[in-house]
Design a protein around this ligand. Structure first.
Ligand code: V47
Ligand code: SF4
Length: 370
């Protein structure tokens, strides 16, 4: 079977051979995978690799999001979420309001709260530190995965600390890990075009490196399908792969497909599903040292998210409970993303995989309580 696949891989024969032999792909291999339109081959290669890493398992967790504010000092062109203070659909929660949200989850088996919002003009790490501390009084066992590197950079500097010290302070408040957002595309020219005012690539990478060194694991992401080329994507994956070689601190990678509703780049169309699947496959194959690839269903929609499990993804994120607006505001078909655990089990098993509940560090949770 493997021999036949390699023999029939045409121009990708050498790359396919490397994948089956466990050899690291080069930049050129990555670009040639992207340039191929042989989707069945990309599916077999990436599924082969996924199965080496996680067998037939697909992971999910029980989580909800807190989005503290959608006001932001930056103006990323792809963002459909940011509002000016005073706009009728702007929000800016104080700590009691956010603790009120958490209280309704007490005793419900939630293992993770994901906190990401706009880069707030005057909140600093002590505000978010107090939030973290208070969440843990309401949900003592919950894992707090919070704040993109871009949010961290601003909130830490705003309080007058260096990044290393700021991360230590947040860890002492109870922060457990860092989500993957804010990475966008690392290439400097493209970053300047789509989000010129936000923290540059080297700051994003440095914050994740310092976080890993401080014992805070993290995720990574890539916003793709806008004005970048395949070479820019491989450059992005390559910088992540190099950092992971150094620290081993990334748990999961999330490819974030650009959604084009209600933002300043809406004139750019969205890429099609075949391109989304190709991207999952290439990310799985190129990032040979990041264990999990996340098919983020609130953004992709359930059908596409299931399909991506055949192109290397082994995680679908969580139950969400209709607690995030980032993607519905950008045009996702999941306008109120929510899945019960029973729905989650069917969602994964009907795609042909074995659902596994996990905690935020990918420890498996048994038995699964529906
Ligand atoms: O950084 C914003 C992206 C990210 C759009 O770590 C958009 O488990 C597509 O951090 N089209 C934030 N993407 C989301 C994030 C995240 C999401 C899921 C899982 C995890 C994790 C982290 O959302 C931003 C940006 O890259 N984004 N607008 C848009 N129009
Ligand atoms: Fe602000 Fe994040 Fe939107 Fe950029 S993507 S404008 S940093 S909320």
């Amino acid at each position: 079977m493997i021999k036949t696949i390699i023999e029939n891989a045409g121009d990708l024969k050498q790359t396919a051979k490397k994948i089956y032999e466990g050899e690291r792909l080069t930049f050129e291999d990555g670009v040639s995978l992207y340039n191929s339109s042989n989707l069945p081959l990309l599916a077999s290669l990436s599924l082969f690799r996924k199965k080496q890493i996680s067998g037939n398992k697909v992971f999910f967790n029980r989580n909800f999001h807190i989005e503290p504010a959608n006001i932001c000092i930056f103006a990323c062109k792809f963002c459909s979420y940011r509002r000016k203070k005073g706009d009728k659909d702007a929000w800016d929660f104080d700590i009691p309001e956010m603790i009120g949200i958490c209280t309704k989850y007490a005793g419900k088996g939630i293992t993770e709260v994901h906190i990401v919002g706009g880069v707030h003009p005057y909140r600093d790490i002590h505000f978010y530190g107090e939030l973290i501390q208070k969440i843990k009084t309401v949900l003592p066992d919950v894992h707090i995965k919070g704040f993109t590197a871009v949010e961290l950079d601003y909130m830490i500097r705003n309080a007058g600390y260096g990044i290393e010290q700021g991360l230590r302070i947040l860890k002492n408040y109870g922060l457990n890990s860092i989500p993957g957002g804010g990475a966008e595309i690392f290439n400097e020219d493209i970053r300047r075009k789509i989000c010129g005012d936000k923290a540059p690539a080297q700051v994003w990478l440095q914050i994740h490196e310092l976080a890993h060194n401080a014992g805070l694991p993290s995720n990574a992401s890539m916003l793709y399908g806008h004005v970048e080329t395949y070479e820019h994507r491989i450059d992005h994956l390559d910088r992540l792969r190099q950092l992971q070689d150094k620290t081993g601190g990334f748990n999961a990678f999330i490819p974030l497909k650009y959604k084009n509703i209600n933002n300043s780049m809406s004139n750019i169309g969205e890429i099609n599903t075949a391109e989304v699947m190709k991207n999952f496959a290439v990310c799985r194959l190129y990032l040979d040292n990041i264990p999990h690839i996340k098919s983020y269903w609130p953004m992709l929609g359930k059908g596409t998210a299931q399909m991506a499990l055949n192109f290397g993804a082994d995680d679908v994120d969580g139950t969400i409970d209709d607690s995030t607006k980032i993607y519905s505001m950008a045009g996702s078909e999941e306008t109120s993303p929510i899945m019960t655990v029973s729905e989650m089990l069917k969602f994964i098993s009907s795609a042909g995989f074995t659902p596994i509940e996990r905690d935020s560090l990918y420890n498996e949770i048994f038995p699964i309580m529906e």
